[in-house]
Design a protein around this ligand. Structure first.
Ligand code: NIG
Ligand code: FE
Length: 370
């Protein structure tokens, strides 16, 4: 832990160092001995949806297994919700995330599954988050049941035409019950040809080819990484594909957690993200995810903090985020605690005191401050 002064100018970190006497500035935020960390980079969320699936969660807690099919309930609710209702819901979740210290969000479509609905979900996504992902390949749309090839043709054809201009990334849920390796490859190739960056929901519910495909295709991130064999670890190690772990999903589906230590020992780069979605991880809290990573996945508090900030930035291929170096965006969190380990040590307690993005306080909101 160091005592430092940090100068933000025009939304960026202009200077950081140990002086003891603060350099001149227009306004001063005195952290008063509390700990300052980079803002959290939540590189994997699904914030555009309607309704909830609390009954599915309750049934699961009573012993029902999770299956990808639950997604259809949210697709039906999302399709029948207005744009305004979707925006309101997503905005509420973004405010929650910000109050918990998140300063950068990625979010996806994936609960529309028609050209019109995916496109309007991306419109909402783009107005609430800075990193936007097209996930038309979340599951095969219900009206295409038994006609997966036709749905893949839609996702790589007219839906991609409509959605590519609205997104920076394309994601595929590569899993039994969603998309197999051939379809995943075809969709990723089509998206890459349109200039989209790639991400993959990989090896969440079972072993499979998702992670290796993600690495082979140069995806920025392979997300979940819950079931990995040696070949997956070898592929990830030293690659440019970040392994993004989403322990909120294992928590809420009562599943075994990914083996973070094995990944770290193999030399993979890790990110931690919330996966906030109505089915498997109904949380926007990065502190909660850090607590899970430390308690359940045996990451050290420092490893977890790095994965939740710099790791997330790498998963989004952003070199201006996730650390408080000069030139980076001025995104930081003041914790009401002397050290970041308190994020895991005090689970469920709100120790996020002040959140700054691009040099401006975003939480508490101005009305809550006055
Ligand atoms: O990341 N795995 C796919 N998508 C989500 C779950 C979606 C849902 O159940 O609604 C996830 O866990
Ligand atoms: Fe997800």
């Amino acid at each position: 832990m160091r005592d430092v002064d940090l100068v933000l100018e025009a939304g960026k970190v202009a200077w950081i160092g140990a002086t003891g006497k603060p350099p001149a500035a227009d306004s001063l935020l005195d952290a008063a001995g509390r700990c300052v960390i980079p803002g959290f980079v939540d590189s994997h969320t699904h914030l555009v949806f309607a309704g909830d699936r609390v009954e599915e969660f309750t049934a699961r807690m009573a012993g029902e297994p999770y299956a990808a099919g639950g997604i259809f309930a949210t697709v039906a609710a999302t399709r029948s919700a207005s744009d305004k209702a979707l925006l309101q819901m997503a905005t509420k979740l973004v405010r929650e995330a910000e109050a918990n210290g998140t300063t950068t969000l990625e979010t996806k479509s994936g609960y529309g599954l028609s050209v019109t609905d995916e496109s309007r979900c991306l419109e909402v996504a783009g107005s609430v988050a800075e990193e936007v992902t097209y996930l038309g390949a979340h599951v095969v749309a219900p009206e295409y049941r038994g006609k997966e090839d036709d749905y893949v043709a839609l996702v790589t054809g007219p839906m991609l035409d409509a959605c590519a201009p609205q997104a920076k990334w394309c994601d595929v849920f590569c899993e039994e019950g969603a998309f197999g390796p051939e379809a995943t490859r075809e969709i990723l190739q089509a998206a890459r040809a349109r200039g989209l960056g790639l991400r993959v929901h990989a090896n969440q519910l079972s072993f499979g080819e998702g992670v290796r495909l993600a690495v082979e295709m140069g995806a920025a991130s392979a997300d979940h990484c819950t079931h990995l064999d040696e070949a997956d670890l070898e592929a990830l190690a030293g690659s440019a594909t970040v392994a993004t772990l989403l322990p909120g999903a294992e928590f809420s589906t009562r599943s075994p957690y990914p083996d973070a230590r094995r990944l770290l020992e193999a030399g993979a780069t890790l990110a931690l993200a919330t996966d906030c979605n109505p089915g498997t991880s109904s949380t926007t809290s990065m502190p909660f995810v850090i607590a899970l990573a430390v308690r359940e996945m045996h990451m050290t508090p420092d490893e977890a903090l790095y994965a939740a900030t710099a790791g997330g930035a790498r998963a989004l291929r952003r070199d201006d985020l996730g650390a408080l170096g000069p030139g980076n965006r001025g995104d930081l969190v003041v914790l009401d605690a002397p050290a970041p380990a308190h994020l895991a040590y005090r689970p469920g307690v709100d120790i996020v005191a002040t959140v700054v993005r691009a040099g401006r306080i975003i939480s508490p909101s101005p009305s809550a401050r006055s």
